[in-house]
Design a protein around this ligand. Structure first.
Ligand code: ZN
Length: 186
């Protein structure tokens, strides 16, 4: 039996993605333990040797409803049952608005300016990247040339003609609800 196999594996709650189920300290490779550290009484995974503490955050994502006079920018993913809005994860240290502008450019070729934050929601998920705080932005197309990406073809479609959303794109579905609530609410 190797040294590693003799360790008692730390167990993690079900919603912790496999890539965050650390067993050994990423700094000094000591076997990790779990204990209460702060006065919040929450047991946390830590290194008994160098005091590294695991504090994983929820991921942050953005979904963008980007418009011009012709309609709303959407992507048409090739192997899904409907459309989606440009969306993606915010990089570490990146401002979410910057991420929103970047994702629209990457997925549609369009240059946008953020005009509103339509709200946010929480997506519970136990697959990569784990739970996501999803921020929904509205944006105005100010330039660029429509072009797709490996996410699929990009199109601008009049709002009244939007096809159904992909059943796997909960973020886009929710973003459209927020958008409709805004325009109907006047
Ligand atoms: Zn350590």
């Amino acid at each position: 039996m190797s040294f590693h196999e003799k360790q008692i594996m730390l167990s993690y709650p079900e919603n912790v993605v496999p890539s965050l189920r650390y067993q050994f300290c990423p700094m000094c490779a000591s076997p990790l333990i779990r204990e209460v550290i702060f006065d919040d009484n929450i047991p946390r995974v830590k290194c008994p040797k160098c005091n590294w503490i695991q504090l994983s955050s929820n991921a942050v994502g953005v979904v963008v409803v980007a418009k011009n006079n012709d309609g709303i920018a959407v992507i048409v993913p090739p192997n899904e049952d409907g459309i989606g809005f440009p969306a993606g994860l915010v990089e570490y240290g990146e401002n979410p608005e910057t991420a929103a502008v970047r994702e629209v450019a990457e997925e549609t070729g369009l240059e946008v300016k953020i005009t509103d934050c339509l709200g946010w929601f929480f997506l519970e998920r136990s697959t990569f990247p784990g739970p996501v705080v999803q921020i929904v932005y509205e944006a105005e197309v100010i330039g660029g040339t429509l072009k797709g990406s490996n996410e699929g073809k990009a199109e601008i479609i009049p709002e009244s003609n939007l096809p159904t959303f992909s059943s796997s794109r909960k973020g886009s579905q929710k973003a459209f609800q927020y958008y409709l609530a805004k325009i109907k609410g006047g």
